[in-house]
Each structure stands twice: as structure tokens, then as C-alpha cells.
Ligand binder design. Sequence first.
Ligand code: MN
Ligand code: MN
Length: 499
Amino acid sequence: MALLDRSDWYDIARSTNWTPRFVAESELFPPEQSDPYGISMEEWETYDEPYKVSYREYVAVQREKDSGAYSVKAALLRSKFYETIDDAYLSVLKFNYAASIPGEYAACFPEGRMVRFSKAPSMRNLAAFASLDEMRHTQILLNFAHQLATMDRQFDWASQSLNSMNWVSMSGRHAMEDLLHSRDIVTTSVMLHLAFETGLTNVQMLGLSADSANMGDFTFSNLITSIQSDEARHAQIGTPLVEILVRNGRKEEAQRALDIGFWRVWRLFALITGLPMDYYIPLHKRERSFKEYVNEFVVKQFERQLLDVGLDRPWYWDIFLKEVDNYHHTQQAGIWSWRRTVWWNPDGAVGPAERAWLEQKYPGWNDTYGKYWDVITENAKAGREEQTYAIGMPCVCNMCGITVAAAGGTKWDARVRQSEYKGRRYNFCCEPCQWIFDIDPEHYADFDSIVDRLYNGEIDPPTPENLLKFMGIGVHSEGGVDASHLSWAHREPPQMAAE
Ligand code: MN
Ligand code: MN
């Protein structure tokens, strides 16, 4: 039987709006889900998707992608690659699997809500594919991580993280619930498709996949490239939507959604890509620095994409640019010192050669972060490892859930910002996190950070041992140790060794 060309039937098949006669339009599409901005149905029907695909085509392509990724995995499994690779690199995987899976799973739901509640028929159509994409990502990541859990229990966090009260898991979940689960689908689309997927996933998936390929880990490299090919496609769902918002006088609201979404995701990606790229990947396997990747994929490419859809750079762009130089270095120092609280083995990785590289990529590193590591190196050399562990819990941001920290050494500028709401005080790590809270305090007010839970009696008794247990450490797996057993601290600079 002859098949029609897609172009012969597509426009009719996607025009699935009708005039409801048994219920009001506001019941069929409740504004709090479908569109709180009051844009007319006629306007939504102008939504023209940037790519066109039929279900038959979609399934065929996805099947190819899956069989490609699974066969690379099967081939590498036979080579015992993971049994012999560096522990620091395994930490990249442990961190990334457990951080990505809850995000992929969370992303299934807003896409599903868009299928039901979008007033634009074409958007409903594309969101159906996107929801299947996110389910594929969740399943393939779980499958790939699962084989590693028998080798090392820390990999089990790939499935434990979603429900865990570990501070890192809570940080990611808070952001995902904010952006993906608790807003109307129009606002969520700006946050998910534009801020998250268009803005930041390239750093993770193209940048980190290059580093993984250098390591010889073609399984992971191929896996995240396969995922990214879906992200790059369905991220485009946001483009016609933002254009409709801007055309209908809602630029301000779209811009605000972008600014909130981008900052929240930046916080997470700075950790899950910044730490691996500049510290955990062995020096000779690093493709580029984190900053170089962010400059290419975000500062250059994303900025252009924003201007193209009629939006501006977020108001805090200068703060963001400063953070690209700094933020992940402060968090590397913090997470390494609190390594007992996480499910991977952070690598200190600041021997003489690494420090020279860091100084070259981030001029001034030695005078700031270097000062902190000088003390640690001295303690490590003298066999006083116990003095390299931080004690208690640091002040944590009530928005991003990450430690309040800033550049050390000669540029110390850590400062807690505080807001009061209904008689309670909230702490923030930076101006954007505080700004997000102050726009809509009611949306965030009931959340208790890990540190709040130490003081409100939820972690009882509030002892260090009990805190670790509350966070799943010693339960699902042991907490982190230095991935290289401090060997980097014992290395001498080349000229000193020669003398
Ligand atoms: Mn995904
Ligand atoms: Mn996605």
C-alpha cells in the first residue's frame, strides 16, 4: 500500500483543536495549568513547530539511537574498562548518573502536562515525543548505572538519589520541583526548554562527552551524546512559545521565567560539570577547561539564541560571568573538605602540575583557592589527614541548597544574604538566589534546608553520625574519600625534584 508523504497529511493531523460545547474553554484548559497570561486561542494556534516528525519516524530514529548506545555498552563491558580505570573518573560517573536520573525523570512530567494542557495543538504533539524522550533517558541511565552497582555500591545512588535526603540530592530536587512541577506549562516551558535545555545542557553533554571519550569511556560518551540529540531537538519546543509571549506583550514575564530558570540550573551544572572538568578528569585527558566550555556554549551561543527569540541576557549576567571564573573552585574546596557527606570520591587533584594548569586557565588561582589548598597539602604531607576534613555543616543557601562560599585567599568575599518572611529568616548565597526568593516567597517559604533540619529537631539527635545517616551515608553506600588517596599532595614541583 502506498504511503502519503508526511507533508501531505501533517498539517491536517496536527490541527486537533475544536470548539468545546459541553464545558467552558477555561475548564478544558484551566489558566493555572494552561496559560495564566490570557493569550487567545487564535494566537496559540499560530504556534508553528520548528521541526516536524511523525510517530513512525520518531520511533524508527529512537530505536536506532538505543541500539547504538546499548551495543557500545556491551562491547566495552567485555574489556573490563570500569574495573581498571582511575577512581577519580568513576566519581565523575557516580556523581553524574545520580544527579541526572532524577532530573530526567522529573522532566517526563511537565512534558506530559504540556500534552494535556497546552492550547497549541502542535506543541501538544511535540511534547508527547519529548515526554517519551525523557522516559528513554531515565531508563537508559538507570540501566547503564545498574551494571556498575555490583562493582561499587556508590553507583547505587543512581537509583537512591531520587528519594534521598542527602544535601546534594535535595539541592537538585528543590530546583526540579520549582521549575518543572509547580508552575503552569507556559512558564515551565520557558524554564525547561529555553533556560535549562537550550541554555546549559550542551556544556554537560557535549563538553563532558569529549572528556569521557578521551578517557576511553565510549559507553558514557556515546550515551550522553545520544541523550543530547533528543534534548537539542525537543528544546526547540520553547522557541515558538517565547515568540508568542513576546508578541502578546508578555516579554517581561518570559524574561523573568528565563532568569529564574537559568540561575537555578546554572547552580547545579556548575557542580556536575565544573568539578569533573577542572578537577576529576586526569590532567592529560582534559579537553578544555570548564570556563572554556561555558564561554563557547553559553556565553557565545546561548546569548545569541536569546536575542534571536526577542529576550535579553539575564539581569545578573555580570555576576554569572564572574562566577564562571570562581564558583566551582569554591565548591571544589568545600565538597572535597565535606567529602564524607557525598556518595562519590572527590579528587583533590591539586598537585604541582594541576596547579600550573589551573593558574593558566584561571589566572590568580594560586593566590586565592591555592592558599586554601596549601594548608591542606601541608597537613596531608605531614600525615594529618584527619585535619583535612571539615566538621559539622556549613551555612547552606535556602534557595539552591548549596554551601554559602566564595573565593578564598586574598579575595575573600563570602557573604550571607538574608530575607525575612512571616517571622522566619532565610539565608542566601548570592544576589540571584535571594532575588528568586523575594519575587515569590510563598512559593519557597516552607522548605527546610539540611541545616534547618538540624536545628528544628528533624535530625534527632543532631550529631555528626546521625546527620550522615539521615543523608544516606553508611546506608546506601559509604561516603567519599579522596579518590587518589592524597597522592597529589605528595608530588613535588619538577624543578624542586631536579634540585
Ligand atoms: Mn532528558
Ligand atoms: Mn529534555
